[in-house]
Design a binder for this molecule. Structure first.
Ligand SMILES: [Zn+2]
Ligand SMILES: [Zn+2]
Length: 130
């Protein structure tokens, strides 16, 4: 394993910010000035294939990665794009007539909203306008 891949894995360990490849690249620039964005992309692709990270498509702006492969759901702020983990089991039942022979192995629920910080900002902006 290359020191660069080790650094990426260390950065991802316990990281709940759901970073994109460019976020990871920027975070490790100082420590690894020679690391290219392509290296980050390739490493993330490998980690994804190994099942160590999950690729998230809930942010339309960019591909984000989740270093927690345990099944969970997400809250996403439509303003700042923050993604928060939700560890709740939702009793989502699909009848066999609907699934047409599919064996269901999981689900992923995305909640969209405005996070606490953005809501606070919103309040402040409205107050200054008055
Ligand atoms: Zn927000
Ligand atoms: Zn997550």
């Amino acid at each position: 394993m290359t020191p660069q891949r080790m650094a990426i894995m260390k950065y991802l360990d316990g990281n709940t910010s759901h970073p994109s490849a460019s976020d990871i690249y920027e975070a490790l620039q100082e420590q690894f000035p020679t690391m290219s964005l392509a290296t980050v992309y390739n490493t993330m692709e490998t980690l994804k294939q190994q099942g160590s990270v999950v690729e998230l498509s809930i942010d339309a702006g960019k591909k984000r990665f989740d270093p927690n492969p345990k099944p969970h759901h997400h809250l996403i702020c439509v303003r700042c794009r923050k993604i928060v983990d939700i560890f709740v089991d939702f009793p989502l039942e699909l009848s066999p007539e609907r699934t047409g022979g599919f064996e269901i192995i999981g689900n992923h629920v995305d909640f969209y909203g405005i996070c606490g910080i953005c809501r606070e900002k919103q309040v402040k902006t409205t107050q200054t306008k008055q």
